[in-house]
Design a binder for this molecule. Sequence first.
Ligand code: GDP
Ligand code: IMO
Ligand code: MG
Length: 423
Amino acid sequence: MAARVVVGTQWGDEGKGKYIDMLAADSDIVVRFSGGNNAGHTIVADGVKYALHLIPSGILHKGKTCIIGNGVVIDPGVLIKEIEDLNEKGICTDALLISDRAHVIMPYHKALDELQEKFRGSNSLGTTKRGIGPAYSDKTERCGIRMCDLIDEEVFIEKVRANLEVKNLIIEKIYGGEKFDADSIISEYLEYSEILKKYVADTSTIIFEAVKAGKNVLFEGAQATFLDLDYGTYPYVTSSNPVAGGVCTGAGIGPVYIDEVYGVMKAYTSRVGAGPFPTEQANETGDRIRELGREYGTTTGRPRRCGWLDTVMIRYAAGINGLTGLAVNHVDTIGKMGRIKLCTAYKKDGRQINTYPANLKELAKCEPVYEEFDGWDEDISNIRRFEDLPLNARKYLNRIQELVGVKIKLIGVGKDRSQTIIV
Ligand code: GDP
Ligand code: IMO
Ligand code: MG
């Protein structure tokens, strides 16, 4: 198990952080490879809650190297605040490294994220407004500013000035927003640079050397398969590739070095932001799941949309990510629903389909085909062996495994990292 990957199989917030933290215990290095501070990963360790947005969820374990890879976009102010918050809680961040190739989120990215969402009106995507999309757009437009640029004063000043000439025109003339002053951005960011430069390194080389030496490297996914720029419900997606393939480009190692890919899922489905959601229950059932699962965003605090588990999605995610194991969370939550529905396929134009349509008009025509299960009332949060779970819980989990065709390896029965069944 030299290199393991943890990815989300739904629309995010599946509980990836909890497993990263757990699997970090026997890892040498933990690496974030995509997204930015749009992510919110909750860890509850020995009753203490941590919410991480940029720093890998392995940081709670002393002595683990934690890397923010080149595929991540970094808001330096947010990162520094996260480092300080952890330090205040007694967590050491000395073993943090940041890729010199990671792109920097600038103030104009955040402004543009807000303005673009406003401009979209009723078609807004429901982004986190953290500047993620505009930062990745600049990366592909080849005018982005990387960490290696931020820590080189001369290059940084030149790039900020050149970018602002265009960005200010777009902000003012197209969106009617307020333009930015180059000098104040430069002085703010050069202060960040002073603090962060000691962490900046060529991280892909470090990861490659570690993998070659047989060390255990854990790749931490943020977001999820159906928020992926290529495979998600486009355009209601994020602007990066959070699928397992993103590890190769976002951390800098070849696919042959990946040994295991864990797909994290909830025993139901949730989504924050706009976009299609075939099994959504925009009714009392969804409200009940939200209350039972405490489904409110870790990053924006928004109530999450909730619905039944959709195995068409998880099957699709299994193929795209090459999942070697499933981690199913909130098994404690779903059991309290009395009767549970499980989507096994879609019906479209009178025919059953098993694939996930790219065209959102076609997806809107898909009606979930459900199987029903009885819930379980017992408190299962202290159970640590699969055989000890109530029969109804085992039936539900076995059916999920059968429908997806991937073994369930981890089962979440509560928030705390210890509330896990290892199958
Ligand atoms: P991530 O973004 O994938 O790391 O997930 P989040 O932290 O955003 O959201 C997952 C939420 O579910 C957090 O509040 C977790 O504490 C909680 N959680 C994770 N696993 C379980 C579980 O098995 N049972 C319960 N009740 N809560 C869980
Ligand atoms: P974790 O890692 C849930 C969603 C946003 C919005 C869409 C685009 O905690 O699972 P963006 O700001 O990325 O341009 O927003 O993606 N989104 C997430 N939803 N969990 C996340 O991360 C998310 N990161 C982005 O709500 O719908
Ligand atoms: Mg989250």
